[in-house]
Design a protein around this ligand. Structure first.
Ligand code: PMP
Length: 360
């Protein structure tokens, strides 16, 4: 695989699309220390991307590829996409720059912030019932398909089946991680453990394929862990409701490759641990992440404390990469975010309040 060498925002960029991706890999030393981990706990922080999430690269790639193939025609095509919001923001950003109309179908539970941002980018929004199964005509997918059939020039780029979804992560997200490790002072340059949440599964599939290809001619083998919420069927279990946005489904998207050599383990998380872990990333690492970032961190911490993970946790040369998919600003009005202080921070908050009222 050819490594993309343009890993920084350099010079003058042509448009916001050039500021997609190229996100930093940041040490989580405070969390690692608190957990007693000796490994390098590293976070791929996707909120630094132009549209604010891990989905920007796939949106850009799907649009550019469709233009090359002639499925998207400037001045004619209308981009329609079912999404939990972040793919929508990436697409709406590309459409704003390129001049396409854009319609996003978005389940009711997704945050107001995503909807408002989408509207500001010029997209039209159709909210759909969260509880509608994927094959229901009223679901985000059902409504998107009906709109596509009714609108002349309507195109669904379809993140659930579009190969450019995992390919964006195979080439770009992985390329950026590999480049960051290679150009770092770390003793080892490879990945010991990779942890990411799964929605469409594009992130975990693309990254896992790239990791496996990179280790083909070595005896090193990374462990790849996927996380999804209780209530999603991807990692097993029955469909149900949960609050965390962007991960988990009630069907297996085509782009999620379940080939056994790719993903070693699935971990199920619940809302409470995801939101607590997200607050922890904000509070002690200063990383302003969203709920599914908490899911990935909670999965990583749990795995590193398990029998399978302990060896990696205790190895100071091991690199653990956790993907943090989006930022807090997507969730400012959500009850889990508004609920302050974060769990475990009550004492600090109390001391702060006393200081404010009585002084030092
Ligand atoms: N977290 C958030 C907030 C997301 O929007 C998404 C995309 N659905 C994911 C995680 C999961 O990414 P993927 O679709 O690549 O599995």
């Amino acid at each position: 695989m050819a490594l993309d060498t343009t890993h920084h925002w350099q010079g003058v960029l042509n448009s916001a699309l050039d500021a997609v991706g190229h996100t930093p890999l940041i040490r989580l030393d405070r969390i690692a220390e608190a957990e007693g981990f000796k490994c390098n706990l590293l976070a791929k922080c996707e909120y630094f991307s132009a549209g604010g999430s891990v989905k920007d690269r796939i949106a850009k790639r799907m649009v550019e590829q469709a233009e090359k193939e002639g499925t998207l025609v400037p001045g004619q095509s209308v981009v329609i996409e079912p999404t939990s919001g972040n793919t929508g923001i990436g697409l709406a950003l590309a459409c704003a720059i390129k001049g396409y109309r854009c319609i996003i179908t978005l389940p009711a539970k997704m945050s107001l912030e995503k909807e408002v941002m989408l509207r500001a980018l010029g997209a039209e929004i159709v909210r759909t019932p969260t509880e509608a199964p994927h094959n229901d005509p009223e679901s985000l997918i059902g409504i998107a398909e009906r709109l596509r059939d009714a609108i002349p020039g309507g195109v669904i780029l379809d993140q659930y089946s579009n190969p450019n979804n995992p390919l964006a992560h195979y080439h770009e997200t992985y390329g950026e991680i590999a480049y960051a490790l290679k150009s770092s002072m770390l003793r080892r340059k490879d990945i010991a453990l990779l942890v990411a949440g799964a929605g469409t599964g594009g992130t975990i599939t693309g990254l896992a394929r790239a990791v496996r290809d990179a280790e083909k001619d070595s005896d090193h083998r990374a462990i790849v862990v996927a996380c999804d919420p209780v209530g999603s069927i991807l990692g097993g279990g029955l469909p149900g409701m949960y609050q965390v946005e962007g991960i988990g489904y009630d069907f297996f998207p085509k782009v999620l490759d379940m080939e056994p050599s790719l993903i070693d383990k699935w971990l199920k998380t619940d809302d409470t641990e995801s939101f607590a872990a997200a607050k922890r990333l904000i509070r002690i690492e200063g990383l302003m992440v969203g709920g599914s970032s908490g899911t990935a961190l909670a999965g990583a911490v749990r795995f590193l404390h398990s029998d399978e993970g302990r060896k990696i946790a205790e190895d100071p040369t091991a690199n653990v990469v956790v993907v943090l998919p989006d930022g807090s600003r997507n969730y400012m009005s959500k009850p889990w975010f508004l609920a302050q202080p974060a769990e475990g921070q009550e004492e600090l908050a109390l001391r702060e309040t006393i200081r404010k009222v009585i002084g030092r």
